[in-house]
Design a protein around this ligand. Sequence first.
Ligand SMILES: [Cu+2]
Length: 348
Amino acid sequence: MANLKNIRPKALLGLLVIVLLPILAACSSTDNPLTTISPKSDVARDIHWNYQIIFWFAVFVFIFVETLLLYAVIKFRRRPNDGIPKQVHGNTAMEITWTIIPALILIAIAIPTWITIFEIDDVPDDAYMIEIVGHQWWWEATYPDGQVTANEIHVPSDRPIGFNLNTADVLHSFWVPQLFGKQDIIPGRTNTLWFTPEVEGRFFGQCVEFCGISHANMRLEMIVDSPTVFASWLSGIDSPAPAAVSPAVVAGHDLFASKGCVACHTISGRNDAVGIIGPNLSLFGERLTLASATLDNNTENLTAWLKDPEDIKPGNIMSESAPIYTNPDLALTNAEIVTLVAYLQSLK
Ligand SMILES: [Cu+2]
């Protein structure tokens, strides 16, 4: 204890700065993809409003209690030759006060919470409804006119967006923090969610209910487009542009059937590719991310995915069940991967 006195105040201050700086730095950036304190929709803003009320009450309680505590510790500290302090039993006035104040704070927190719960409960009648199905470990989205996409879910910016949430297998939970709160997806039940976008942009999401070994890799992107960009993206699924004709693309197109990819993947415009075990790959060449938003969609990552999907997403159903990985005789050669990559990138 004696050497505590030797620590100079400046050194203490320095230590404090070193400890606090990284914490402050972590708070300062608003582009953390899973941030909840930078809402970009009406619903997210309502939730954030509740968060702020609770946060400031907590700050008030913390400062009040710690101040009283420090005051009592210093003022009533034991001094040499102190006798036994005055013995008391309870203090009714104080006990009533410290019961009533927290009760009032809880009521003050409950009222806005209830208001928000009711406000965001019912999907508005004019919402644009998208069917979401959670799969181990990727997301499927079906639009009102039947178009299907996976993992990168485009929505228009000009109206409320609603989701019906279902699962193909186990529990999942759907969450894009900047746009809406979490909603669990439960087998045998359809849950709903909705929000109205406030800005265009890309918003990161994540499955937030443990659903198996690659749960942490079950991510998504929600892309809020202007109404015209959204409409042309959606119609692109129905009428994909003819693939650029290069020898690699043609070879990749054929391999996609002969290597069995068609058994699990659908590509619009191809009537041999209608599998539904894996993500729909229509317009895959336009996607910015790959493997349910865990990687950028570029040549290097797509090559790595086709070489060894297990290395990227442990336990995923493609590496567990696709014959190219389970049967060594059917394994893809490097040259075949190059053509498949060219073909997948041509899907625009
Ligand atoms: Cu999960």
